[in-house]
Design a protein around this ligand. Structure first.
Ligand code: CA
Length: 191
């Protein structure tokens, strides 16, 4: 898809370009954008040092209390209330990965889908690129693959504000609903 390539090449991404990508992808896939298969939470989360499994009575309450989720490279998810605590954790992971990958160059990308299970319209963003707003994709992303160098972070508001979820490299979420982040992202960083 040409527009996707354009992003990877570093062109400025406008809301207009993103809306074009949506209509193009929808036209190609022949799918509507109204699919929704949200389910309850399925993955454990560590909050204030305690691990909560989906079956725990307190799980839903903890998930609702969590504003920021950080998923490490081994898939372990940590929940935070404060942005500063989540930022610190993300910065540590990104710094460590930066040391490891050095100046490695490649087309490492993150992929985002309109629907759960990596279906529906999609777009890609290469490592090092960010989108401060998502245009037609605002509050629409339902699944993500973080196949890049230093991870992917989705934010609730434009300009990287509000709640967030960070996924370490190669951590994928086929249902962002499991992290209370379905149809919620309004800006994105790909580290
Ligand atoms: Ca969606």
């Amino acid at each position: 898809m040409k527009l996707v390539k354009k992003i990877a090449m570093g062109a400025t991404v406008s809301a207009f370009a993103l809306s074009l990508m949506v209509s193009s992808a929808l036209a190609q896939s022949g799918q509507s954008s109204q699919t929704s298969n949200d389910v309850g939470a399925l993955s454990p989360i560590i909050f204030e040092g305690v691990t909560y499994a989906p079956g725990d009575a307190k799980f839903k309450a903890v998930l609702n209390k969590v504003n920021h989720t950080v998923v490490e490279s081994d898939g372990t998810a940590y929940g935070y209330v404060n942005a500063a605590d989540a930022d610190k954790h993300v910065n540590e992971i990104v710094a460590k990965l930066s040391e490891e990958v050095g100046t490695l160059e490649s087309n490492y990308i993150s992929s985002f889908w309109w629907d759960a299970n990596y279906s529906g319209a999609t777009f890609e963003l290469a490592s090092g690129w960010s989108l401060p707003s998502l245009g037609a994709w605002n509050d629409e992303i339902s699944s993500v693959k973080s196949a890049n160098l230093r991870g992917t972070r989705l934010y609730q508001h434009i300009n990287y504000g509000g709640d967030s979820i960070y996924l370490a490299p190669n951590q994928n979420e086929n249902r962002l609903s499991e992290r209370n982040f379905n149809d919620k992202a309004s800006s994105i960083r790909v580290y």
